[in-house]
Every structure is written in structure tokens, then in C-alpha cells.
Design a binder for this molecule. Structure first.
Ligand SMILES: Nc1ncnc2c1ncn2[C@@H]1O[C@H](COP(=O)(O)OP(=O)(O)OP(=O)(O)O)[C@@H](O)[C@H]1O
Length: 230
């Protein structure tokens, strides 16, 4: 089952002085959960997300994805795990500007050797962009670009979605739509969604809330959002 267990995660940057960003963070994310990560600016939220998604490795501690300690994987194995099992959504959308919308969606399919079939049409429809398949990313609004990014993150049917402040550049209306899309598209397929956000409204949707303060976890339960001040 698609779960992530993390134990005593510590991440520091540099030596003398060593800058300690995460300091012994442990927890467990069950398959299908919507996990929201909150905390002040600079508290280590993106650092934690990057460690859980295998984009970065801890200075100490372990991340187990489906029971496998990802630090034991060779680079190519970790890349293959990320590519097949994970999808990423970032604040800045990160679409490839020289590829059309449809070609941006084609990329994860070809990287994973998956048949295209009607997947591109289907996913464009699901994010409400059926008429923009041939558009260049920079001709789309921010909200539209983020919807393309969501389709790109999901089109290869990953078990885990990592979203780092996906609504950070959007107005409230677009932000609500993006969060609703991510939540709905993950829940309907039992996907695990891990989202870093400053948006308080999102906390109420979470199955599990991770609040980071001074590099440590101060709250690990949904429903008790007292620790959620950014
Ligand atoms: N590559 C790096 N080298 C040195 N310091 C880093 C590096 N990456 C992050 N940091 C530091 O680690 C701390 C935590 O950064 P991180 O991006 O995880 O915070 P955050 O909680 O996501 O912040 P924000 O809400 O502002 O995005 C910051 O003080 C940052 O400057």
C-alpha cells in the first residue's frame, strides 16, 4: 500500500556554521491521506516535502516509501520510483515553455513508457482545458497553467502527489479551484496528497496536519488546528 514512514528526519546545510533546518521529524502518512504541511516561512516545510518525495536526501534519519528506505536506492532507481509513483506540483507551475500544453502532458507518459490512448484528452477535460491542447503555456493564465501542471502530475496515475504551495501565486477563486481539483482527483483514486500551504482554509480538508516549528513537528493530528499559524 502506498505509504510513507519517516523517522528522525534531520537536514542541515553547510558546515561551520552548520545550519540546522529539520531536527528529528518522525511520522507516518497512510495511503490515500490528504496531508497538509504548515508552519512559518523558513520553518522547513519545503525541505520536509522534498525529503518525503525523494527530491532531497536527509542528513540523518530515514524515509521509507512503500517500506523501502529510499537512501538505499541507486540514483537511477530513485528516479524511476519518483517518475512512476509520484507526481509534483509547484508554486511556479514549472511547465516546459517550449512544449505545447498537450506535449507537456505527453512527457510523463513517454518517460514511463505508457501508451497515450485518450489520456491527454481525458485529463485536459478533467481540468477544464479541452480547448487549450495546442496552446503554449505562457499564453495561459496562472490558474490555467496550474491546472495543466495538475494534469501533468496525475496523468501517469501516480500513488503520491506532492504539492508545494500550489496556490501561492493565485487569487482566492483560483486557489480554491486548484485545491478542490487536487483533493478531488486524489481522493477519487485513493492517491496520497501531501501539500505545503499557507492557506488556512485548506487545513480543514486535511486528514493529517503536520505543523513545523523551529525544525520540529509540533502537531500531528487533523482537527486540532491550533498549531497551524503560519
Ligand atoms: N540549499 C540550501 N542551502 C542553505 N539553506 C537552505 C537551502 N534550502 C533551504 N535552506 C534554508 O532552510 C530553511 C527552510 O527552508 P524551506 O524552504 O524548507 O522553508 P519553508 O518553510 O518551505 O519556507 P517558505 O514558507 O518561505 O517557503 C530556510 O531558512 C532556508 O533558507
Amino acid at each position: 500500500m502506498a505509504d510513507i514512514a519517516f523517522d528522525s528526519l534531520t537536514r542541515w546545510y553547510g558546515e561551520s556554521p552548520r545550519r540546522q533546518v529539520l531536527n528529528g521529524v518522525s511520522g507516518h502518512i497512510r495511503g490515500g491521506e490528504f496531508v497538509v504541511v504548515v508552519g512559518r516561512s523558513g520553518s522547513g516545510k519545503s525541505t520536509l516535502l522534498n525529503l518525503l518525495g525523494g527530491l532531497d536526501l536527509p542528513s540523518q534519519g530515514t524515509v521509507r516509501v512503500d517500506g523501502t528506505d529510499i537512501a538505499t536506492l541507486k540514483d537511477a532507481e530513485l528516479t524511476a520510483l519518483r517518475r512512476a509513483r509520484m507526481g509534483f506540483v509547484f508554486q511556479a507551475y514549472n511547465l516546459i515553455p517550449t512544449l505545447s500544453v498537450a506535449d507537456n502532458l505527453r512527457l510523463p507518459l513517454s518517460l514511463n513508457g505508457l501508451a497515450e490512448g485518450d489520456r491527454i484528452d481525458k485529463w485536459l477535460e478533467r481540468v477544464g482545458l479541452s480547448d487549450r491542447a495546442d496552446a503554449w503555456p505562457d499564453t495561459l493564465s496562472g490558474g490555467e497553467q496550474q491546472r495543466v501542471a495538475i494534469a501533468r502530475a496525475l496523468i501517469h496515475d501516480p500513488a503520491f502527489i506532492f504539492a508545494d504551495e500550489p496556490t501561492g501565486n493565485l487569487d482566492l477563486e483560483n486557489a480554491e479551484r486548484i485545491v478542490g481539483l487536487l483533493d478531488g482527483l486524489c481522493r477519487e483514486a485513493g492517491r496520497t496528497l501531501i501539500m505545503v500551504t499557507h492557506a488556512h482554509e485548506v487545513v480543514g480538508l486535511a486528514d493529517q496536519l503536520l505543523t513545523i516549528r523551529d525544525g520540529r513537528l509540533v502537531e500531528a493530528d487533523a482537527g486540532t488546528s491550533t498549531g497551524a499559524t503560519p
